[in-house]
Design a protein around this ligand. Structure first.
Ligand SMILES: CC/C=C\C/C=C\CCC/C=C/CC(=O)SCCNC(=O)CCNC(=O)[C@H](O)C(C)(C)COP(=O)(O)OP(=O)(O)OC[C@H]1O[C@@H](n2cnc3c(N)ncnc32)[C@H](O)[C@@H]1OP(=O)(O)O
Length: 286
C-alpha cells in the first residue's frame, strides 16, 4: 500500500495517512514471523526475522517484513534496525524450495513480493541499519545492503554467491550491492560468487563496523541512527529518496520485464540443474 503510493511519486513525502497510534506495534494481519520492539527512550524500532531454522525468505516472511516496515514507518519510529532472532544466521536468502520446479503462478507471486521487499527497504523514509548477527548470503546480503548502515558480528559470511549455482541476479539486486561497494569489487565478487568473511567485508566496505555481541551491534546501529538527529526528518527522507532514485527507477521502469526475465531464467535446465546440485549439497553437509 505504502509502496504503491511511493511508486507513483518517488519525490513525494509519504502520502498515505497512517492511522495507527504511536507504539501500537501489533503484528496484526501478518503470520508472526517478525517481531518489532520499540525502545521507549530512543524511539528506535528493532525488526527481527524469526523463521527457524535459517530465516529463508519465504512468501510469508517477506510479507511480514513488508508489513512490519510499513508499521514502523507509520508509527513514526526514529529509525529501524533489521536483525535476526537466530544467533547464527541473519538470513539464508530466498527460499530455494520456491525456485525448484516451481508452480508458475506462485513463482510470479514470489518474485513480485521479493521486488516489493527490496522497494520497501530502499524507500523506507526513516533511517535504517542492519545488525547482521549471523550469516547473510545472497538475498540476506541484498537486504543488508538496502539498509543505510551495517554492523556485523565476527566469524560469519556475507555476499552474493549466486554464480556458484548457475544463478544470475537481477540488475536492481546488483545495484544494491554496487551502492555500497565500488563497481570493480562488485564485478569481481559477483563473478567469483564470493562470500566475504566479516573481516574481509569490513576491509572492502561491505559492512561499516564489527561488533562483539548482538547487544553491541544494536547499540552501534542505534548510534548511527542518532547521527541524523540534527537533520529535518522530511528533508532527510526526500534526500535519501533522491540519492536512491536511479537504483529504484531501474526496477520500477520495467517490473513486469524483470519478472518475465527471472521466471524464464528460473525455468531453464541450467538454473534447475544448478539449484538441484545446490540443494543436494546442503543436505550432504549433515
Ligand atoms: C535475467 C535473469 C535474472 C535473474 C535470475 C533470476 C533468478 C535467479 C535467482 C537468484 C537469486 C538469488 C538470491 C537468493 O537469495 S537464492 C538463495 C541462496 N541462499 C543460499 O544459497 C544459502 C544456503 N544456505 C546456507 O548456506 C546455509 O544454510 C547457512 C550458511 C545460511 C546456514 O548454515 P547452517 O549450517 O546453520 O544451516 P543448514 O543446516 O545449512 O540449513 C538448515 C536447513 O535450512 C535449509 N536451507 C538453508 N538455506 C536455505 C535456503 N536458502 N532455502 C531453502 N532451504 C534452506 C537447509 O537445507 C537445512 O534444511 P534441512 O536439511 O534441515 O531440512
Amino acid at each position: 500500500m505504502l509502496r504503491n503510493s511511493l511508486i507513483g511519486s518517488l519525490r513525494q513525502i509519504k502520502p498515505i495517512l497512517c492511522s495507527q497510534s504511536l507504539r501500537s506495534l501489533s503484528n496484526g494481519a501478518n503470520s508472526g514471523l517478525t517481531t518489532i520492539e520499540v525502545d521507549d527512550k530512543s524511539g528506535i524500532a528493532t525488526l527481527s526475522m524469526n523463521l527457524p531454522p535459517v530465516n529463508t525468505l519465504t512468501l510469508n516472511l517477506m510479507h511480514d517484513l513488508i508489513d512490519s516496515i510499513n508499521q514502523i514507518e507509520c508509527n513514526k519510529s526514529r529509525g529501524l534496525i533489521l536483525t535476526s532472532s537466530n544467533d547464527k544466521v541473519f538470513s539464508a536468502g530466498l527460499d530455494l524450495k520456491e525456485l525448484y520446479k516451481p508452480d508458475q503462478e506462485r513463482l510470479k507471486e514470489f518474485w513480485t513480493i521479493f521486488q516489493d521487499l527490496w522497494l520497501a527497504l530502499h524507500l523506507c523514509g526513516i533511517p535504517t541499519a542492519a545488525a547482521i548477527n549471523g550469516h547473510a548470503p545472497a538475498a540476506g546480503c541484498i537486504m543488508a545492503t538496502a539498509c543505510e548502515y551495517r554492523v556485523m558480528l565476527p566469524d560469519f559470511v556475507i555476499g552474493v554467491h549466486a554464480t556458484r549455482f548457475s544463478f544470475l541476479v537481477s540488475k536492481w539486486m546488483m545495484l544494491s550491492y554496487q551502492s555500497v561497494l565500488p563497481r570493480r569489487i562488485v564485478e569481481r565478487a559477483l563473478n567469483q560468487g564470493k562470500l566475504f568473511s566479516t573481516q574481509e567485508a569490513l576491509e572492502v566496505g561491505l559492512i561499516d563496523e564489527v561488533a562483539g555481541s548482538k547487544k553491541e551491534a544494536l547499540a552501534q546501529c542505534a548510534a548511527f541512527i542518532g547521527t541524523f538527529d540534527k537533520a529535518n526528518p522530511i528533508a532527510r527522507t526526500l534526500t535519501k529518496r533522491m540519492c536512491r532514485d536511479s537504483d529504484v527507477t531501474e526496477l520500477l521502469r520495467d517490473r513486469a520485464g524483470d519478472l518475465r526475465a527471472c521466471v524464464d531464467y528460473i525455468n531453464t535446465p541450467l538454473f534447475q540443474e544448478g539449484l538441484s546440485a545446490h540443494l543436494e549439497g546442503l543436505k550432504e553437509k549433515k
